[in-house]
Design a protein around this ligand. Structure first.
Ligand SMILES: Nc1nc2c(ncn2[C@@H]2O[C@H](COP(=O)(O)OP(=O)(O)OP(=O)(O)O)[C@@H](O)[C@H]2O)c(=O)[nH]1
Ligand SMILES: [Mg+2]
Length: 342
């Protein structure tokens, strides 16, 4: 799982990457940089407050920042970001505080991505046309059946994600590494004196992708402050929560991830799993043995835990502690204790 940061040159990609991950972004000498951003989660903070554990491990989202210049920047970007599962598209909204201009900037890159996918399809169709029918495997034949529909979508200037492909179709197409099939989050980097510009952009453009705003300039200053100073600074600006936290959370759910918690005095940890994961597989995120020898999962939801005075005993006597079997689908916010035997 990885979120790739894309955007036109000098839009603020590296600034945002550094704010989120604390890692210095890509520079000339180091074109690709990877970093992990902790997912802010009030529930996790509350669990830490309750257990006061020796060790804390929040959920993380990996981000990749690319800095490319030179002859073929596009190829370099493709090479470094083709494995990304989602795209964070940064748009300069600070030097162009005008919706139609920033929309042009957005489209410039979005069209590039559409064109790039279209070229892949055209090449593939050309190759297939030259092959005798017998030489085409059943899987390829199934792919080929989909291609005209994809081509039509791209030719109409729309990204592949707009087609609403089924999970099975997406799976069938994964070897193509299409750009525009990946989920996208649009982030407008706004000027300090124009914080509401992203909302205006979202309203006027009505993009199908979610749009969020951040002022990288302010938030970079914020990151350098102590927690108390940070609170004061934010309230002086009338902001409840820094935007970078919301962007990390949005990226996390865009990638289809949820988390469950394990708690104790030694460690409180948020485990990241794909949505829809069954209990044994979730146990396997902790250790292979947990999956192999899975017996049951003792599950209480975070909300029940907090509603019952943060006491597992009270949750149990209220009948809200569930013993779940191997078909249980783990829910976001479950606090789990796995029973296993190897
Ligand atoms: N005024 C203003 N300038 C900003 C803001 N965010 C970034 N910048 C400036 O924009 C420039 C680009 O920032 P970067 O984060 O390096 O942009 P980038 O997209 O990583 O650039 P490349 O990797 O070269 O494509 C820098 O000179 C920043 O000072 C902002 O919120 N306000
Ligand atoms: Mg950069």
């Amino acid at each position: 799982m990885e979120m790739g940061i894309l955007g036109l040159p000098q839009s603020g990609k590296s600034a945002l990457f550094e704010i989120m991950t604390g890692v210095k972004g890509g520079q000339h000498n180091e074109p690709v940089v990877r970093g992990q951003a902790s997912v802010p989660d009030e529930r996790f903070d509350k669990l830490v407050e309750i257990y006061k554990p020796a060790k804390i491990t929040p959920a993380k989202v990996p981000f990749v920042d690319v800095h490319v210049v030179g002859e073929k920047p596009w190829e370099a970007v493709r090479q470094h970001l083709s494995g990304a599962d989602g795209i964070l598209h940064v748009v300069d909204g600070f030097s162009l505080p005008d919706v139609s201009l920033s929309l042009d900037a957005y489209r410039k890159l979005a069209d590039e991505l559409i064109l790039s996918d279209l070229i892949i399809i055209e090449k593939k169709m050309e190759r297939t046309a030259k092959l005798p029918k017998k030489a085409v495997s059943p899987q390829e034949a199934a792919q080929n059946e989909l291609l005209p529909r994809l081509k039509g979508c791209l030719e109409a200037g729309r990204p592949l994600r707009a087609l609403g492909l089924t999970a099975a179709e997406e799976f069938l197409l994964r070897s193509f590494s299409f750009w525009t099939i990946k989920p996208e989050l649009v982030v407008i980097n706004v000027a300090e004196d124009n914080l509401s510009f992203a909302d205006l952009f979202a309203q006027e453009t009505k993009l199908s992708a979610p749009v969020m705003g951040i002022c990288c300039k302010i938030e970079a200053e914020l990151a350098s402050l102590e927690a108390a100073e940070r609170k004061e600074f934010l309230s002086s600006l009338g902001i409840a929560e820094p935007a970078f936290g919301r962007i990390i959370r949005a990226s996390f759910s865009l990638l289809g991830r949820i988390c469950f918690f394990t708690v104790g005095e030694d460690e409180v940890k948020a485990w990241v799993i794909p949505q829809g994961t069954k209990a044994p597989k979730a146990a396997g995120a902790i250790h292979n043995d947990f999956e192999r020898g899975f017996i049951k999962a003792e599950v209480m939801h975070y909300d029940d835990f907090v509603a019952h005075g943060a006491s597992a005993a009270q949750v149990k006597s209220a009948g809200r502690l569930h013993l779940e079997g191997k078909d249980y689908i783990v829910q976001d916010g479950d606090i789990i204790n796995f029973r296993f035997n190897v």
